[in-house]
Design a protein around this ligand. Structure first.
Ligand code: GLN
Length: 553
């Protein structure tokens, strides 16, 4: 097993995840089976209880693990399916160690950060690296490990120490350290400054890790003088000081790294063959160039009515799924973010300009998407967006909460069920259209939703969404919710034309909705975006894009 460990310095948000996933692509291009692990030093067991303001999107895996959004990057870049164990947090590590202590596994010993916590981390990494992840059941050859946070944080110290020791556990010839840093530009001539990088590498070396490669994030390509200076001060050969300057799209990153000899260096240092032909990389190049070419293409506008609209990380997988679909229909994607609370009647009074602006954008869009969400803020605006799309024949995709608001809207405005609502937003609504699922915990919030992949059989022979899934008899998609369409109302709703064409295996729980006689009005209780891949866009998203550009669905 070859391990590539990616740490970061200077500041967060440098694109460490994209650098690490791109390295994964390069390893894959050399014919290795690649998996990935993300270490997050926070004390939460997982990000499932964190707000998108804190942590961006919560990514959901097949096994129901609620994990860091970087695992989404790995799944998309490497086309793998990871497990909850591929995201290691301080919370999970301590939880395990404390359980073992209670069992008596360390009997007679004082349990300490070193060696007990650091050993737990190393054992965890070694075990998880060997879990097959590409669907072929074979053990991976290489594992990319990304360390969250920046080097020098108090909470990441046990992880750094564990990774320092790890090279001796598995052999130094099998471990390669990459450090991602920032090269800011100053002054009128735009001088590339190396001091922050010098300092972060000094911190890392002080902790016992000498990087084998530096990936330097910068606006423009590193100039030779900068490269030489970094090499001299950071004890890294000049060839391994790599420029990660801004590129036109993220698919260009693996290509850019490869062009600077990164794959060559990895193969020499880790001892694997670099085949003369690498079709994986050629396909990437085609994808990256196709994405560039769409800059000139006609635009397709998708209005996303959400509540974290100035925080795009909150909807990262939604954005990716829309992008993947736009590549397929060869259009330039423009996402118009609409703060859903600006669409409701209260906003018309309280902030008329924002209200008018939001409606202008909604009306100008080719398609509408209401993404997943929790809590009452912005709900009435989302219901308005669904109403607008239904009444005006505008393509609509509702994801999870988006299916629920479309159902509420339909109950209110088509069935005339006054004040219909979800019990999530109004406990004693006169017409509960969406209700709490009976099996969900009322006392514990962490990891207790209906989570992960569950099969959804189709119940209708011919409908748009089934055709989009290639006529499959069922779909396996990922869930994350506590509420469902009220089973008592289904018959009434369906008889008015909104059909639940897919239900769960019990045949009771609504999973996929589709409105007849509309170009595309679809909702899914699951989150199809989590399984979307470049080159294999998620079918419900592809349907939205196709309908939005006027293609037959
Ligand atoms: N809040 C809703 C529920 O819990 C929707 C969840 C979601 O959109 N992920 O069912």
């Amino acid at each position: 097993m070859k391990y590539v460990i990616v740490s970061g310095g200077v500041l967060s948000g440098l694109g460490k995840g994209v650098s690490a996933s791109s390295i994964g692509v390069l390893l894959k291009s050399a014919g290795l089976r690649v998996t990935a692990i993300k270490c997050d030093p926070y004390v939460n067991i997982d990000p499932g209880t964190m707000s998108p303001f804190e942590h961006g999107e919560v990514f959901v895996l097949d096994d129901g693990g609620e994990v860091d959004l970087d695992l989404g990057n790995y799944e998309r870049f490497l086309d793998v399916c990871l497990t909850r164990e591929n995201n290691i947090t301080t919370g999970k590590v301590y939880d395990n160690v404390i359980r073992k202590e209670r069992k008596g596994d360390y009997l007679g010993k004082t349990v300490q950060v070193i060696p007990h916590i650091t050993n737990e981390i190393q054992e965890w990494i070694e075990r998880v690296a060997h879990i097959p992840s590409d669907g072929n059941g074979k053990v991976p050859d290489a594992c990319v490990i990304e360390l969250g946070g920046t080097v020098g944080d108090i909470e990441s110290a046990p992880f750094i120490e564990a990774l320092r020791q790890f090279q001796f556990r598995v052999g130094q010839e099998n471990v390669f350290f990459v450090h991602v840093s920032l090269i800011p530009v100053m002054g009128p001539v735009g001088e590339q400054k190396t001091k922050p990088t010098q300092n972060t590498v000094k911190d890392l070396r002080g902790l016992g890790i000498t990087p084998d490669m530096l990936i330097c994030r910068s606006k423009n390509p590193l100039v030779e003088e900068t490269r030489q200076k970094i090499s001299a001060f950071c004890h890294v050969p000049p060839g391994a000081v790599v420029s990660a300057h801004d590129v036109s799209n993220i698919y260009q990153v693996p290509i850019m790294l490869d062009a600077q000899g990164v794959t060559q260096i990895l193969s020499e240092r880790l001892g694997f063959e670099l085949p003369p032909k690498r079709p994986v990389l050629e396909d990437w190049k085609k994808l990256a160039d196709h994405v560039d070419s769409l800059e000139e293409a006609d635009e397709v506008h998708i209005a996303v009515a959400g509540k974290y609209t100035d925080l795009s990380d909150a909807y990262l997988s939604v954005i990716k799924a829309l992008q993947h679909s736009s590549f397929e229909v060869s259009r330039k994607l423009v996402i118009d973010w609409i703060e859903s609370s600006d669409l409701d009647d209260e906003a018309a009074e309280a902030k008329p300009d924002a209200h008018a602006g939001a409606w202008r954008e909604l009306r100008a869009a080719d398609g509408v998407l209401v993404p997943g969400g929790f809590g009452i803020r912005g709900i009435e605006g989302k219901i308005k967006a669904a109403e607008y799309a239904r009444e005006n024949g505008v393509p609509y995709l509702g994801v999870c909460l988006g299916l629920q608001v479309a159902t509420i809207e339909f109950c209110r405005n088509v069935l005339g069920l006054e004040g219909a609502n979800s019990t999530e937003f109004e406990e004693d609504t006169p017409n509960p259209a969406v209700v709490f699922m009976p099996e969900i915990s009322k006392t514990h919030m962490g990891g207790t939703m209906r989570l992960g992949t569950k099969p959804t059989p189709f119940l209708v022979d011919d409908c748009k969404i089934r055709r989009l899934y290639g006529g499959a008899d069922h779909v396996d998609e990922r869930h994350r919710h506590r509420y469902e369409v009220n089973p008592d109302l289904i018959e009434q709703i369906e008889s008015a034309g909104l059909k639940y064409v897919g239900k769960d295996e019990t045949g009771e729980r609504c999973e996929i909705m589709e409105l007849g006689g509309h170009p595309y009005f679809v909702g899914t209780q699951y989150h199809p975006e989590f399984k979307s891949r470049p080159g294999k866009p998620s079918p419900p998203y592809l349907g939205l894009l196709k309908a939005s550009v006027g293609m037959e669905v």
